[in-house]
Design a protein around this ligand. Sequence first.
Ligand SMILES: Cc1cc2nc3c(=O)[nH]c(=O)nc-3n(C[C@H](O)[C@H](O)[C@H](O)COP(=O)(O)OP(=O)(O)OC[C@H]3O[C@@H](n4cnc5c(N)ncnc54)[C@H](O)[C@@H]3O)c2cc1C
Length: 317
Amino acid sequence: MSNVLVVAEVADGSLKKAVYTALTFARQAAARQGGEVHGLVIGSSTSGAAEELAKYVQAVHVADDAALANLMAEPYAYVVKAAAEASSATVVCMAATAHGKDLMPRAASLLNAGMASDVIGFAGDDGMQLLRPIQAGNVIAAVEITTDVKVVTTRPTEFDAAAPADAAGAVNAMAVNLPEIKTSFVKFNKLASERPELTDAEVVIAGGRGLKEPDNFGKVLEPLADKLNAGIGATRAVVDAGWVPNDMQIGQTGKVVAPNLYIAIGISGAIQHVAGMKGSKTIVAINKDPEAPIFQIADYGVVTDLFKAVPELLEKL
Ligand SMILES: Cc1cc2nc3c(=O)[nH]c(=O)nc-3n(C[C@H](O)[C@H](O)[C@H](O)COP(=O)(O)OP(=O)(O)OC[C@H]3O[C@@H](n4cnc5c(N)ncnc54)[C@H](O)[C@@H]3O)c2cc1C
């Protein structure tokens, strides 16, 4: 049988939100090629995540071992290969999160499989031609993977979250036999933040070079973000200038976000930035230059000085 295997990402014992979007892709793929949707949970103390995933798939394969306690692409890739074989998967997919982008090319290599990354949908009503953005999202390519096993990462912002299936699938423990691993885990510096994660936030407020100096991220953007319970993002220009950490970067070489509301403040709207946020439902731009390209994609534009507009907006809110 040709099944579809979804590799789940688990954080603090729970499935990451992006997993549910990869499940939607997996169901669409299974509808096109036939077969079942299976899930894979890798880690240590994963029973909660496995039970949750079972609500969405026909079977969950669980590789639970102390050696897999930390997200590491090298050992995880061996597990993905073993699970793909055990589940007779011909499509192996995962959301294109930072971890998915790290893990899946290695898994594809071990499986001798072709891979398409950042997939946003299918071309046509049947068949397995996949759509993926190239050239900073200005061109959508239709690609076909010609190997027997196909490895795919899916862009979370392009698929709705899956609903649970009618009946929960079986949970099967896998034997974990790892070869010698050449990388070792040192430490994970978790950022302590009260704010919603950028890629999960319903509202994103992003700042650019128009903010003039790093302190203004705190002084101007944070009160607004607090008011709207928003995640805060940034352009690459200010990340490269060292104003804010690079996990705040949105764009072609940063994160891809699609919140309900995106407020771009002092951002010109370069194509590389727009590639990471143009899927947002409503886009608001505040920029003093009426010719700024961001206004071409904004639903609402305010042509004014941000240092005047943002406090006014805050007061109104
Ligand atoms: C290969 C490659 C990859 C890239 N990847 C990314 C990426 O992932 N993400 C990304 O963001 N960029 C990326 N870039 C960089 C991108 O091309 C732009 O340089 C960058 O997005 C510009 O950032 P900015 O809008 O903050 O700055 P600017 O382009 O300098 O724009 C600042 C804006 O602020 C406005 N402004 C100034 N003062 C005020 C004020 N007082 N009130 C209101 N408005 C004001 C100005 O009118 C201007 O429009 C990439 C570039 C390359 C070549």
